[in-house]
Design a protein around this ligand. Structure first.
Ligand code: 7TS
Length: 421
């Protein structure tokens, strides 16, 4: 199936972003008496009517448990669940739907790999290579694996506030007994877009298994796992217009088949005896228990929705918003420290105002209807590297506007005046 990921960029028709914004009922409200400006999209995105309708339709017409019954509703629920798997395979251009495992989200996808693949393949003395810009969910599961196996974690450095990976000794890092290289595609704190295809190719040449954390990229740009050349890729439905509680782990079929199960229970077995059991093939052997069926249905609707807009167009719009915001806030007079690359950044800005704590920025912005996030963004090692405890962050999605960014920048000016004066 031809996906948006492999289609040439669609240049012809300009997108009417204002009409698209009207698909999101939640955005049309006031908070503290001010129009809501939702700039916390890296944490979770809002849901369009198409997704809300799909969830309602599923529960009103088709709800039943999957894979077990032979009655009509169970068949419909199973068909809807498996259709979502086929859709997810097309969304990332996997070779087959067998390479798609449904999980609770990026975090569970990475834990699944660390547990099932890691325990089978990683031994004492092996190295796991990460980067200093990883989210905790791409650090802690590997720490648990390292504790169990005696493996060692090593980190590709980040080049300070500019937030790029320092690749000067990359081949050396890879050469030294490294079993797995796991990296984020887009940093949730810096907005850095890592060259994952190039990094995976260099690791693959040395026989190293690769995992890409696509939590911040899956809903923002085309993704093609064959072009990236990774063994695993993880993402969350809720960061791309889908429901919370559903995510995807893509795994290359040959790698999945060799992995033991992740959790045990119903749905994943062929036969159970009192002392031992046998498993289904991937992906089912990794999906114990009743899955998030409605979540998969909602995710299916979200993927259709994003591709109807066009992910190339979403990526271009994202970068425009990111660049506009970066330029706008860097002109603020009262002193602002910006994190992440100057150009080629994703649609977010991470910053600190001089002498104002990030939490104060977020609290005052909230009073003016602007939803930001302040804290370590689950990047404590990165924060330490940058020499800060926290940053304030505004993260955009395609339904945000430059007018909202203008207001956000004005609010930052007011905050500077308030705390500076
Ligand atoms: N990886 C990255 C790069 C992320 O940004 C996040 C969540 C995760 C993994 C975990 O995703 P989950 O869906 O399993 O929770 N990032 C954020 C954030 O930046 N603010 O809140 C959550």
């Amino acid at each position: 199936m031809k996906t948006d990921a492999t289609a040439p960029p669609q240049k012809k028709k300009a997108v009417d972003w204002v009409t698209i914004r009207a698909d999101f009922p939640i955005l049309d409200q006031e908070v503290h008496g001010q129009p809501l400006i939702y700039f916390d999209n890296a944490a979770t995105t809002q849901k369009p009517r198409a997704v809300l309708d799909a969830l309602r339709r599923y529960y009103e017409r088709d709800n039943a448990n999957v894979h077990r019954g032979i009655h009509e509703l169970s068949n419909r629920a199973t068909a809807a669940f498996e259709a979502a798997r086929v859709r997810a395979a097309a969304f990332v251009n996997a070779r087959s739907a067998q390479e798609i495992i449904f999980t609770r989200g990026t975090t569970e996808s990475i834990n699944l790999v660390a547990q099932a693949w890691g325990s089978h393949n990683v031994k004492a003395g092996n190295r796991i290579l990460l980067t200093e810009m990883e989210h905790h969910s791409n650090i802690v599961p590997w720490q648990l694996l390292a504790e169990r196996t005696g493996a060692k974690l090593v980190y590709l450095p980040v080049t300070g506030d500019i937030g790029l990976l320092d690749l000067s000794h990359f081949d050396q890092w890879l050469a030294e007994g490294t079993k797995l290289f796991a990296m984020t595609h887009i940093s949730n704190s810096l907005g850095t877009i890592n060259p994952v295809s190039e990094l995976c190719a260099r690791a693959r040449n040395l026989g190293i298994t690769t995992l890409v954390d696509a939590a911040q990229s899956a809903g923002h740009r085309p993704l093609d796992v064959q072009e990236i050349g990774c063994d695993f890729l993880a993402f969350s439905g809720h960061k791309m217009c889908g429901p919370t509680g559903i995510g995807v782990l893509y795994g290359r079929q040959e790698v999945l088949e060799e992995m033991p199960p992740y959790q045990g229970g119903g749905e994943m077995i062929l036969n159970v005896d009192l002392q031992q059991s046998t498993w289904k093939h991937a992906p089912h052997k990794f999906e114990a228990g009743t899955p998030d069926i409605s979540g998969a249905v909602g995710l299916h609707a979200a993927m259709d929705y994003l591709d109807a807009i066009g992910r190339h167009k979403i990526a271009a719009h994202d970068q425009e918003l990111g660049a506009y915001a970066y330029a706008k806030v860097s002109r603020l007079k009262g002193g602002i420290r910006l994190f992440g690359p100057h150009i080629g950044r994703a649609g977010l800005v991470s910053f600190l105002l001089k002498d104002v704590h990030a939490h104060d920025v977020v609290t005052v912005a909230d009073q003016r209807g602007v939803a930001l996030r302040g804290g370590h963004h689950c990047n404590q090692p990165l924060m330490r590297k940058l020499g800060v405890e926290s940053t304030a962050r505004a993260s955009f999605y395609f339904y945000n506007t430059t007018t909202e960014i203008d207001r956000f920048s004005e609010v930052l000016g007011e905050i500077q005046n308030f705390f500076g004066g």
